[in-house]
Design a binder for this molecule. Structure first.
Ligand SMILES: Nc1ncnc2c1ncn2[C@@H]1O[C@H](COP(=O)(O)OP(=O)(O)OP(=O)(O)O)[C@@H](O)[C@H]1O
Length: 194
């Protein structure tokens, strides 16, 4: 088992968002968190990743994880190369320099230009790089398809398929329908926003 949550509940500013809910993620499984804007999908992912305490209940994480939020945690003034190497170093997963440069070349991303000058899709491809450069069994991905072009969507679809086949697990949100060829996901529906 990669992840287990029991009787988990969350609130924002005194208002119950969701819960209590239980969820379990085993190796090879994917969970698609669904619901309207504001219902608490991001809050759930952050809670599962340990970035936010639950109102009640508990989460047990049994594997190293990448928790990639909706906003890219990139330093605007640094280039792609420095951003990725610093981020991965700090995460205890320093990448092989060649692999890092290959990733930038693959997407034609400039190594040195400040990332504030990159497009949203280019930034998304940087943001997703740890999944490729430093494999970890558990992926918590908040809107990972946002701003991605067709090649990026195809890559993420195939990377997820390989990840699950290798015993990984994924919890993700997506504002739109998942690609037709995306691996099967179990839906986790949150209620309407208040
Ligand atoms: N920092 C914050 N302080 C107070 N309330 C917040 C904060 N962040 C989010 N909220 C509120 O919590 C609720 C859930 O937000 P959350 O971002 O988890 O929803 P979501 O389902 O991911 O939304 P979306 O589909 O728009 O991304 C919303 O009503 C939002 O207004």
């Amino acid at each position: 088992m990669l992840l287990n949550a029991q009787a988990l509940a969350a609130e924002r500013q005194g208002r119950r968002l969701w819960g209590p809910l239980d969820c379990t993620l085993h190796a090879g499984e994917a969970l698609h968190v669904r619901g309207p804007n504001g219902c608490g999908k991001t809050t759930l992912l952050r809670t599962l990743g340990g970035l936010r305490p639950p109102l009640s209940g508990r989460v047990q994480r049994h594997a190293p994880l990448w928790s990639l939020g909706h906003a890219c945690p990139l330093a605007d003034e640094l280039g792609a190369l420095d951003n990725l190497s610093t981020w991965l170093d700090m995460a205890g997963a320093p990448p092989a320099p060649d692999a890092l440069r290959d990733w930038l070349r693959r997407w034609s991303l400039p190594a040195r230009r400040p990332v504030r000058q990159l497009s949203a899709g280019q930034r998304r491809k940087l943001h997703l790089a740890p999944l490729h450069l430093a494999p970890r069994p558990l992926w918590l991905l908040d809107e990972p398809f946002d701003a991605l072009d067709a090649a990026g969507v195809a890559w993420l679809t195939e990377a997820t398929r390989a990840h699950l086949a290798n015993g990984g697990g994924v919890v993700l949100t997506a504002h739109h329908a998942l690609p037709d060829d995306f691996p099967a996901c179990t839906p986790l529906d949150l209620g309407a926003s208040a």
